[in-house]
Design a protein around this ligand. Structure first.
Ligand code: SF4
Length: 329
């Protein structure tokens, strides 16, 4: 079997705070194959954006990687210097952040920003830079006349598309996206998702997409990773997780948004709120909110167990000797 494009093993990220270390990402394992669309979903504060920043080499103090490896094309990104990472970013992998308005330079035209990104990663003639800039803007459906525009002259959707165009300038193998559609209305969100998927299929790059909105990725991702309290709690093919969620948290997320098909059912949220990561609950981190919690859940820490085609961090899927309630005489 060929090596995956991205392979993450036992990744841990800690924020050093006045209250002590807070583990925001704990033992995360994931792989993304060439050309695959993988999505990471979870509530705010579950660690998904920290995970993305760690993978992209964009973490700043007080956050730091404490354990694990992030192999991209066989190179462990965790061991690289900032300079070595800069050489890879944009060319081999690129990052599209949540707010294009913050990511784009407000006092530079798109042409200037595209030129700087290309010039930092190779020697290109003016014509080559202009030609590629026109090409990527067309790819995302923006008239190249906007190369002369400043970010404030573009709509929110066009700014996000410009960021995606910029991310594609140097034909990277992986595009990492942090909620790139969250500032858009529902119609613009859907249209941008369709466009990202079409571009991915046309150009063959892989996508790692982070979002709090599980419904957004249902028709676009190949693999789904559900994150809760810094850990991956379910991972599997997207269709499997949507049709047969094996973890009670995934089930809760799915029941929290309406479906336009099928019978009308009342929407159910997940009671309670995510735990304080400075003091996560003992045992299963989801046990204070879990409708299926049983005796060992507040003492035994679940691992990721096989659950059909998926893997689930739930004792209901553990081998019997791990998950059996303690017998008291
Ligand atoms: Fe719920 Fe227990 Fe499974 Fe955790 S291990 S998700 S508390 S049933």
């Amino acid at each position: 079997m060929s090596e995956p494009l991205l392979s993450v093993r036992d990744l841990g990220v800690v924020y050093e705070t006045g209250r002590g270390p807070v583990t925001a990402v704990d033992g995360v394992e994931l792989t993304v194959a060439e050309g695959e669309f993988a999505a990471v979903v979870g509530e705010s504060g579950c660690g998904k954006s920290t995970l993305l920043f760690a993978l992209a080499g964009l973490l700043n103090p007080p956050a730091r990687i404490t354990t694990g490896t992030v192999h991209f094309r066989g190179t462990d990104l965790v061991t690289l210097t900032e300079r070595e990472l800069n050489a890879l970013r944009w060319r081999d992998y690129s990052v599209v952040l949540q707010s294009a308005m913050n990511a784009l330079n407000p006092v530079a035209t798109l042409a200037m920003q595209f030129r700087d990104a290309m010039a930092a990663h190779g020697t290109y003639t003016k014509d080559e830079i202009h030609g590629r800039s026109v090409e990527v803007l067309r790819l995302v459906g923006i008239d190249p006349v906007h190369l002369r525009s400043y970010p404030h002259q573009l709509s929110g959707g066009m700014r996000q598309r410009s960021m995606i165009a910029m991310a594609l300038l140097l034909t990277p193998d992986l595009v990492i996206m942090d909620e790139p559609t969250s500032a858009l209305d529902v119609v613009a969100q859907r249209s941008l998702m369709v466009q990202i998927k079409e571009l991915q299929q046309l150009l063959g790059f892989a996508v790692l997409f982070v979002t709090h909105d599980m419904s957004l990725v249902s028709h676009f991702s190949d693999q789904l990773l559900v994150m809760y309290a810094g850990q991956i709690v379910e991972q599997g093919p997207t269709r499997t997780v949507f049709d047969h969620p094996s973890h009670p948290y995934s089930r809760g997320l799915l029941e929290a948004f309406p479906s336009v098909r099928g019978p009308r059912v009342p929407l159910r949220g997940i009671p309670g709120s995510p735990p304080d990561l400075a003091q996560p609950p003992p045992g299963c981190r989801f046990h204070p909110r879990c409708p299926l919690a049983y005796e060992p859940c507040d003492t035994v820490q679940p691992q990721l167990y096989a659950a059909g085609a998926a893997r689930s961090r739930c004792l209901l899927h553990a081998p019997v000797d791990v998950a059996a309630p303690e017998v008291t005489s």
